[in-house]
Design a protein around this ligand. Structure first.
Ligand code: ADP
Length: 499
């Protein structure tokens, strides 16, 4: 994809904000309470817009609309090919609005504009197409029972789905949740993160334009403990799919258990290892390690925040890594030269800086970075700690920022042990040219996705999700479609069988 651009940060024409209300039953409506909240531009720390704040009452109205659309509406009943046609149209309309959508995510989340334009937003359209292509291929099986029975399974949509998503990939998260839900024939209520409501509302508007029936897709911005909790504890939602922190994931699961035992899938935190072996190309490995932690300013659940390097190349690697980190350009995400924009909000910015202070106090060596960049906006320097002990807080906790911890290891066994020394299990990377090493390590690491000689290689057909405390359930792939389906067995006697 083309990530070049001819504008500069100051010449970029910012998008106007068209949608600030809740999208319920095919209409933009104000919240019942009349409350609003501000969404802030992390580049400037200034208010972008005031957004209607959904609370429990609004979630109730949205769930009623989704329930009616599921129980009586056309969406679950139409042939899959019809749903596919509408979804394909939606994808095409999204493609016509790429620049505006990318700009919304840049002002809302501080994401690199060129990358959004080249990857995130076209990716949304393609994810919708991927699942649209599956909508007419959902079917059960004819079974062969031992007794004289005719038996088959139906794959039925699970019903009304509640989605709670985070702020780091407002567009991608929206797509990977909504597309398989719609393809399955479900209806949904989605709560975007309070930091980044803008693009989700725009996608909802485009969905209506494409012909997705009213009530099928509802978007209710609001806060976690109010609107989010109203979804996870709702008595009339059949499934909740959550992506966010492990701490909140636990609350979502508890609320689901306490209410109607709705099904739950959780994609939670990570502290992913990147293990680099002596035979690696040091320059390429250093580039990969940096990208692994600095892409999207470290605000990515699969970030390679723990880097383990074998002793034979360690010194050379460390030197290259620091040189490259110092040359990494942090700045306005509209500027084509920037490789890293601001952290999403003040809370995250302060949290990351306090982890950095903690790392220094714990006795880790700060190789580079550690400070804020500039005096305005939530920019943080690429930060690398070495001489870390595995029980240090900066090695154990998910920091969700541009902070790497670097450690030397000797043997393959030691590398594997260190990689697995975490409560999380979302992703891992290995850099080696040795096939035996790659095979051994990839099978030994307890994580939902392992990248060999690459990182962040995602695809619509590549499922990813957590082992251990990184959650359960998979996004992407047909696995994700199956999260929104349930199996019904139908059985009838044949040959006048008595049962
Ligand atoms: P982060 O720490 O990355 O902000 P969170 O897990 O706090 O991640 O947020 C992810 C999503 O979960 C957001 O949409 C947020 O509003 C929502 N959320 C936060 N608290 C709760 C809660 N108690 N119940 C349901 N959703 C919540």
């Amino acid at each position: 994809a083309d990530i070049t651009n001819d504008h500069t940060a100051s010449s970029f024409k910012l998008p106007s904000i068209k949608f600030t209300n809740l999208f319920i039953n095919g209409q933009f409506v104000h919240s019942i309470s009349g409350k609003e909240f501000e969404t802030i531009d992390p580049r400037t720390e200034e208010v972008i817009a005031k957004i209607s704040e959904g609370t429990k009452e609004d979630i109730d109205v949205a769930v009623k609309a989704a329930r009616a659309a599921f129980d009586d509406g056309p969406w679950p009943r139409m042939p899959g090919a019809e749903r596919a046609k509408i979804m394909m149209k939606w994808a095409d309309i999204i493609d016509q609005n790429i620049e505006e959508l990318a700009a919304l995510d840049t002002i809302d989340a501080g994401k690199l504009y060129n990358w959004g334009k080249a990857f995130d937003i076209p990716g949304v359209a393609n994810t919708i197409r991927y699942y649209a292509g599956a909508a007419d291929k959902i079917h059960g099986e004819v079974l062969k029972p031992a007794r004289e029975l005719h038996a088959y399974t139906l794959m039925e949509p699970i019903g009304v789905v509640g989605h709670i998503i985070p702020w780091n990939f407002p567009s991608t998260m929206f797509a990977i949740k909504v597309a398989p839900t719609l393809a399955a024939g479900c209806t949904l209520v989605l709560k975007p993160a309070e930091q980044t409501p803008l693009s989700a509302l725009f996608y909802a508007h485009l969905a209506k334009e494409a012909g997705i029936p009213d009530g099928v897709l509802n978007v209710v911005p609001g806060f976690g403990p109010t609107a989010g909790a109203a979804i996870s504890s709702h008595m009339d939602i059949d499934k909740v799919s959550f992506t966010g922190s492990t701490e909140v994931g636990r609350k979502v699961m508890e609320a689901a258990a306490r209410s109607n035992l709705k099904q739950v899938s959780l994609e939670l935190g990570g502290k992913s290892p990147l293990v680099i072996f002596d035979d690696a190309d040091v320059d390429k490995a250093a580039e990969l390690a940096l990208l692994g932690i600095l892409y999207n300013k470290g605000e990515i659940c699969v970030a390679s925040s723990r880097v383990f390097v074998q002793e034979g190349i360690y010194d050379e690697f460390e030197k290259k890594l620091v040189e490259k980190a110092k040359a990494w350009v942090v700045g306005d995400p509209f500027d084509p030269k920037s490789r890293q924009g601001p952290q999403v909000d003040k809370k995250q910015f302060e949290k990351i800086l306090s982890y950095i202070e903690h790392g220094k106090r714990e006795g880790a060596t700060l190789l580079t970075g550690g400070k804020r960049v500039g005096g305005k906006g939530y920019y943080i320097e690429p930060t690398i700690f070495s001489n870390v002990e595995e029980d240090m807080l900066i090695v154990q906790d998910e920091i969700f920022g541009p902070v790497m911890s670097l450690r030397k290891f000797k043997t393959i066994e030691e590398g594997i042990k260190s990689a697995n020394n975490t409560k999380y299990g979302l992703a891992a990377g290995i850099v080696t040219k040795n096939l035996d090493t790659a095979n051994t390590v990839s099978r030994s690491i307890r994580a939902g996705i392992v990248w060999i000689n690459c990182y962040f290689a995602f695809g619509n057909d590549i499922p990813y999700g957590g082992y251990k405390m990184s959650g359960f359930g998979r996004d992407f792939g047909l696995e994700a479609l199956h999260k929104y389906l349930q199996v019904k067995s139908v059985v009838t006697p044949i040959f006048n069988s008595p049962w």
